[in-house]
Ligand binder design. Structure first.
Ligand code: GLC
Length: 546
């Protein structure tokens, strides 16, 4: 049997709000994505993952879904979605859509019906509505906190005008959590999957996949702040402390409960009814020892690897994460995944130090990510070497910023519209009739797609080279042919199939390594091979053909 495509795919994450705006309203749209499919295909990736484009009040940039089986008019129409899938397929690109099962928008008809219904009604039973504690019921039912800061419960006003029950929201109060122990919610989830599978979607990215099951006895938890802290990517430096914060909330009353897999077993059966190796990837920020449950043969197919994403610029630590990842998934036979950033995290250039040094490191890390066995995800703009944009507070949109009273800046810096061409905003992202939904920096002229295509040493050319090599030589990412040999201090070497080696110098000094072969791709033009030695300047790396 041929190996399914997703076991070794390169997948490009499109954040529709910020990819390409064809109708000039300052927000990206589906037709904009269609117009840039040639760009995506030219990168050498196998698939696109589209962040949500469903009807939404956009309180959490579309992760607050009011109708999971339709398209928000700001992005286009259902016909545009159909066209996007068809055009992607015509270019041999698969399409993964986001599903957001943990919660809905408070604007979803279901939630509005729940507000208009009595406590104890079937309408309320689709969510988690509870009476408050205390004689007057004015204390929240549990001490759980929101990932976005603040409490996780909001009190509603009943039809008679009196303060009434409380509803649970792991995120913003505009994102009430759905009750997945309710058969109606389960059936609706399957309907959503079938809707997009019938439309031709090749897979799903499952938002907050660790959250669906709750302990329905609603106990208080120890150290409730840990719920908020564990999910803060900006605090995760890959350290033992950060891992322990995550361990604290794994397999708890609120997150990562074993019953969540019952939902995915049903989902898997539905996906398996369809041809074409449909797949699903779990967004589940769990410690390595909990990861395999999400990717067992009867659950989902992939799980995002946040340990790799959080790994610091340190050869020993990166190596450790790679080894641990491979070990934690190998016994269920699931392929690992690798990503350096996404729409929730700081951009990798910024995370690894920012500025020219951050860029050098990020490019070297990309050589590693693309050389590893399994699937790799690339977040739009990463291939251009973008950093987080500095934004004035008045421009910020992320509920994290508002819920923490500005104590956390939130994720907007990584979500700024992509610069395509030209020397000033909106850099070809839109026609400029209306301002872009987040302002673009004025110093991005050096990072446009157009500019990087013209520069053979750009990050874009590096990404194209490695991603195309992966696509052309499946053996490169074959799990069997993978060795992490011993290397000098501060250097990481990966040996791949077909005589390929990836060598990265994490130190601040040039290193000369005894490796023969020719340079296939380098993160910097000054990487040199002389005879059987390669010289890598500080914070650089190369793929060598030996
Ligand atoms: C996921 C999304 C994030 C969103 C949250 C709530 O973590 O990636 O963007 O805010 O879920 O839906």
């Amino acid at each position: 049997m041929a190996t399914p495509w997703w076991t070794r795919a390169a997948i490009y994450q499109v954040y529709p709000r910020s990819f390409r705006d064809l109708n000039g309203d300052g927000t990206g749209d589906l037709r904009g994505i269609v117009s840039e499919l040639p760009y995506i295909a030219a990168l050498g990736v196998d698939a696109v993952w589209l962040s949500p484009f469903y009807p939404s009040p956009q309180r959490d940039s579309g992760y607050d879904v009011a109708d999971p089986r339709a398209v928000d008019p700001i992005y286009g129409t259902i016909e545009d979605a159909r066209e996007l899938i068809a055009q992607a397929h015509a270019r041999a690109l698969r399409v993964i859509v986001d599903v957001v099962p943990n919660h809905s928008s408070s604007e979803r008809a279901w939630f509005q019906e729940a507000l208009r219904s009595e406590p104890g009604s079937p309408e309320r039973a689709r969510y988690h509505f509870l009476d408050g504690r205390g004689l007057a019921g004015d204390q929240p039912p549990t001490n759980w906190t929101s990932w976005f800061g603040g409490g996780a419960w909001t009190r509603v006003v009943e039809l008679d005008g009196r303060p009434g029950q409380w509803y649970l929201h792991t995120f913003d109060e505009s994102q009430p959590d759905l009750n997945w122990s309710n058969p109606e919610v389960r059936a609706d989830g399957l309907e959503t999957l079938r809707f997009w599978l019938d439309m031709g979607a090749d897979g799903f990215r499952v938002d907050v996949a660790l959250g669906l099951a709750k302990d329905m006895s609603y106990p208080d938890i120890d150290d409730p702040e840990s719920l908020t802290l564990a999910m803060r990517m900006d605090l995760d430096d890959g350290s033992v402390d950060a891992m322990n914060r995550r361990r604290k909330v794994a397999n708890s009353a609120v997150l990562d409960r074993d019953e969540v897999q019952d939902v995915y077993r049903e989902w898997r059966q539905v996906m398996d009814e369809y041809d074409g190796d449909r797949m699903a990837v779990a967004e589940a920020w769990v410690p390595p020892e909990r990861a395999a449950r999400y990717v067992a043969p009867d659950t989902l197919h992939q799980i995002f690897n946040f340990d790799f994403m959080a790994a610091p610029w340190d050869a020993v630590r990166v190596r450790g994460v790679i080894e641990k990842t491979m070990a934690s998934l190998s016994y269920v036979g699931a392929p690992p995944t690798w990503a350096l950033s996404n729409h929730d995290t700081p951009r990798v250039v910024s995370r690894l130090g920012g500025g020219p040094l951050g860029l050098r490191r990020a490019r070297a890390m990309a050589l590693i990510a693309h050389a590893l066995p399994g699937a790799v995800y690339v977040y739009q703009g990463e291939e251009l070497g973008l950093s987080d944009a500095l934004l004035p507070d008045s421009a910020r949109q992320d509920p994290v910023f508002f819920r923490t009273g500005g104590a956390q800046l939130g994720r907007d810096g990584a979500r700024v519209p992509v610069p395509w061409s030209g020397s000033e905003p909106p850099y070809g992202f839109s026609d400029g009739s209306l301002p872009t939904w987040l302002p673009q920096p004025t110093d991005w002229a050096a990072f446009t797609v157009e500019g990087e295509i013209a520069d053979p040493n750009s990050a874009l050319h590096q990404y194209r080279a490695t991603l195309r090599l992966r696509a052309a030589h499946p053996g490169l990412v074959d799990q069997q042919a993978f060795v992490l040999p011993e290397a000098p201090e501060g250097v990481l070497v990966l040996e791949r199939g077909a005589g390929l080696r990836c060598v990265v110098n994490f130190t601040d000094e040039a290193v000369t390594s005894p490796v023969s072969g020719r340079v296939l791709v380098a993160s910097d033009a000054s990487v040199m091979v002389e005879g059987d030695r390669v010289t890598l300047p500080p914070s650089t790396g190369a793929w060598l053909q030996t």
